[in-house]
Design a protein around this ligand. Structure first.
Ligand code: CA2
Length: 150
Protein backbone atom coordinates (compact mmCIF):
# COMPACT_ATOMS: atom_id res chain seq x y z
CA UNK A 1 0.00 0.00 0.00
CA UNK A 2 1.45 3.40 -0.91
CA UNK A 3 1.41 6.15 1.70
CA UNK A 4 -1.24 8.77 1.05
CA UNK A 5 0.66 11.79 2.33
CA UNK A 6 -2.52 13.86 2.34
CA UNK A 7 -4.14 11.63 4.93
CA UNK A 8 -3.12 11.72 8.59
CA UNK A 9 -2.39 8.81 10.91
CA UNK A 10 -4.95 8.84 13.71
CA UNK A 11 -3.53 8.38 17.21
CA UNK A 12 -6.45 7.32 19.41
CA UNK A 13 -6.48 7.05 23.20
CA UNK A 14 -9.04 5.28 25.32
CA UNK A 15 -10.42 5.57 28.84
CA UNK A 16 -8.51 7.19 31.69
CA UNK A 17 -5.50 8.07 29.55
CA UNK A 18 -6.44 11.71 30.20
CA UNK A 19 -5.12 11.00 33.72
CA UNK A 20 -1.63 10.17 32.49
CA UNK A 21 1.10 11.79 34.59
CA UNK A 22 -1.24 12.43 37.50
CA UNK A 23 -1.26 8.93 39.08
CA UNK A 24 0.66 5.66 38.85
CA UNK A 25 3.93 7.16 37.52
CA UNK A 26 5.67 3.87 38.36
CA UNK A 27 3.53 2.10 35.75
CA UNK A 28 2.82 4.78 33.16
CA UNK A 29 5.61 7.34 33.66
CA UNK A 30 5.50 11.03 34.48
CA UNK A 31 4.40 12.46 31.13
CA UNK A 32 0.92 13.85 30.68
CA UNK A 33 -1.19 13.03 27.63
CA UNK A 34 -0.45 16.56 26.37
CA UNK A 35 3.29 15.75 26.63
CA UNK A 36 2.74 12.53 24.68
CA UNK A 37 0.77 14.44 22.04
CA UNK A 38 3.63 16.93 21.70
CA UNK A 39 6.16 14.07 21.38
CA UNK A 40 4.00 12.54 18.64
CA UNK A 41 3.67 15.89 16.83
CA UNK A 42 7.45 16.42 16.97
CA UNK A 43 8.13 12.88 15.76
CA UNK A 44 5.53 13.16 12.99
CA UNK A 45 7.14 16.38 11.74
CA UNK A 46 10.54 14.68 11.81
CA UNK A 47 9.44 11.72 9.67
CA UNK A 48 7.13 13.76 7.45
CA UNK A 49 3.67 12.55 8.39
CA UNK A 50 0.53 14.27 9.66
CA UNK A 51 -1.29 13.04 12.73
CA UNK A 52 -4.64 13.52 14.43
CA UNK A 53 -4.39 12.93 18.21
CA UNK A 54 -7.53 12.25 20.29
CA UNK A 55 -8.68 10.79 23.61
CA UNK A 56 -12.09 9.60 24.74
CA UNK A 57 -13.52 7.76 27.70
CA UNK A 58 -16.40 6.60 25.50
CA UNK A 59 -16.23 3.30 23.63
CA UNK A 60 -18.73 4.54 21.05
CA UNK A 61 -16.73 7.67 20.32
CA UNK A 62 -13.62 5.56 19.75
CA UNK A 63 -15.61 3.34 17.36
CA UNK A 64 -16.71 6.47 15.47
CA UNK A 65 -13.16 7.77 15.23
CA UNK A 66 -11.93 4.41 13.84
CA UNK A 67 -14.65 4.69 11.17
CA UNK A 68 -13.57 8.30 10.49
CA UNK A 69 -9.93 7.20 10.16
CA UNK A 70 -11.01 4.57 7.65
CA UNK A 71 -12.38 7.37 5.45
CA UNK A 72 -10.12 10.32 6.19
CA UNK A 73 -6.92 8.76 7.53
CA UNK A 74 -4.13 6.50 6.28
CA UNK A 75 -3.72 4.42 9.45
CA UNK A 76 -4.52 4.21 13.16
CA UNK A 77 -2.31 3.84 16.24
CA UNK A 78 -4.58 3.04 19.17
CA UNK A 79 -4.04 2.76 22.90
CA UNK A 80 -7.49 1.49 23.73
CA UNK A 81 -6.79 1.50 27.48
CA UNK A 82 -8.98 -0.92 29.43
CA UNK A 83 -11.29 -1.42 26.40
CA UNK A 84 -8.37 -3.41 24.97
CA UNK A 85 -9.38 -6.25 27.24
CA UNK A 86 -13.16 -6.08 26.83
CA UNK A 87 -14.29 -4.55 23.57
CA UNK A 88 -15.74 -6.64 20.77
CA UNK A 89 -17.03 -3.33 19.37
CA UNK A 90 -13.48 -2.01 18.90
CA UNK A 91 -12.39 -5.34 17.39
CA UNK A 92 -15.26 -5.16 14.89
CA UNK A 93 -14.59 -1.48 14.10
CA UNK A 94 -10.93 -2.23 13.34
CA UNK A 95 -11.95 -5.19 11.15
CA UNK A 96 -14.41 -2.89 9.42
CA UNK A 97 -11.90 -0.37 8.10
CA UNK A 98 -9.43 -0.76 5.27
CA UNK A 99 -6.48 1.00 6.92
CA UNK A 100 -3.72 -0.60 9.02
CA UNK A 101 -4.15 -0.37 12.77
CA UNK A 102 -1.39 -0.77 15.36
CA UNK A 103 -2.29 -1.52 18.98
CA UNK A 104 -0.03 0.16 21.47
CA UNK A 105 0.40 0.24 25.23
CA UNK A 106 2.67 2.15 27.56
CA UNK A 107 3.09 -0.80 29.92
CA UNK A 108 3.86 -4.43 29.08
CA UNK A 109 0.33 -5.83 29.41
CA UNK A 110 1.71 -9.41 29.31
CA UNK A 111 3.80 -8.83 32.44
CA UNK A 112 0.91 -7.44 34.49
CA UNK A 113 -2.32 -8.84 36.01
CA UNK A 114 -3.72 -11.83 34.09
CA UNK A 115 -6.85 -9.87 33.07
CA UNK A 116 -4.58 -7.60 30.99
CA UNK A 117 -2.89 -10.47 29.14
CA UNK A 118 -5.64 -10.89 26.58
CA UNK A 119 -6.33 -8.23 24.00
CA UNK A 120 -9.71 -8.28 22.25
CA UNK A 121 -8.31 -6.09 19.47
CA UNK A 122 -4.90 -7.73 18.82
CA UNK A 123 -6.15 -10.19 16.22
CA UNK A 124 -7.72 -7.36 14.20
CA UNK A 125 -4.54 -5.26 14.22
CA UNK A 126 -1.43 -5.27 12.08
CA UNK A 127 0.68 -5.61 15.22
CA UNK A 128 1.12 -4.71 18.85
CA UNK A 129 3.72 -2.54 20.59
CA UNK A 130 3.82 -2.51 24.37
CA UNK A 131 6.13 -2.02 27.28
CA UNK A 132 8.29 0.83 26.01
CA UNK A 133 6.71 3.54 28.12
CA UNK A 134 5.32 6.46 26.20
CA UNK A 135 7.94 5.74 23.49
CA UNK A 136 5.45 3.04 22.40
CA UNK A 137 3.55 5.87 20.65
CA UNK A 138 6.43 7.02 18.44
CA UNK A 139 7.45 3.39 17.83
CA UNK A 140 3.89 2.80 16.63
CA UNK A 141 4.03 5.80 14.31
CA UNK A 142 7.37 4.62 12.90
CA UNK A 143 5.98 1.12 12.34
CA UNK A 144 2.91 2.45 10.53
CA UNK A 145 4.92 4.89 8.43
CA UNK A 146 7.30 2.08 7.38
CA UNK A 147 4.34 -0.20 6.62
CA UNK A 148 2.61 2.44 4.50
CA UNK A 149 5.82 3.06 2.56
CA UNK A 150 6.45 -0.64 1.91
O1 CA2 B 1 -0.27 0.31 29.28
C1 CA2 B 1 -1.20 0.88 28.68
O2 CA2 B 1 -1.01 1.79 27.86
C2 CA2 B 1 -2.65 0.51 28.99
O3 CA2 B 1 -3.38 0.54 27.77
C3 CA2 B 1 -3.16 1.56 29.96
C4 CA2 B 1 -4.57 1.27 30.46
C5 CA2 B 1 -4.69 -0.16 30.97
O4 CA2 B 1 -6.05 -0.44 31.32
C6 CA2 B 1 -4.21 -1.18 29.97
O5 CA2 B 1 -4.30 -2.47 30.54
C7 CA2 B 1 -2.77 -0.89 29.58
C8 CA2 B 1 -4.94 2.23 31.60
C9 CA2 B 1 -4.88 3.65 31.22
C10 CA2 B 1 -5.19 4.48 32.43
O6 CA2 B 1 -4.09 5.28 32.72
C11 CA2 B 1 -4.00 5.88 33.92
C12 CA2 B 1 -2.95 6.76 34.08
C13 CA2 B 1 -2.79 7.40 35.29
C14 CA2 B 1 -3.69 7.18 36.32
C15 CA2 B 1 -4.73 6.32 36.16
C16 CA2 B 1 -4.90 5.67 34.94
Amino acid sequence: MATDHNKPIYVLNGPNLNLLGQREPGVYGAKTLADVEQDCMDFAAKIGIDIVFRQSNSEGELVGWIHEAGQQGSAVAINAGAYTHTSVALHDAIKGVDVPVVELHISNIHARESFRHHSMIAAACLGQICGFGTASYTLGLQALSDHLES
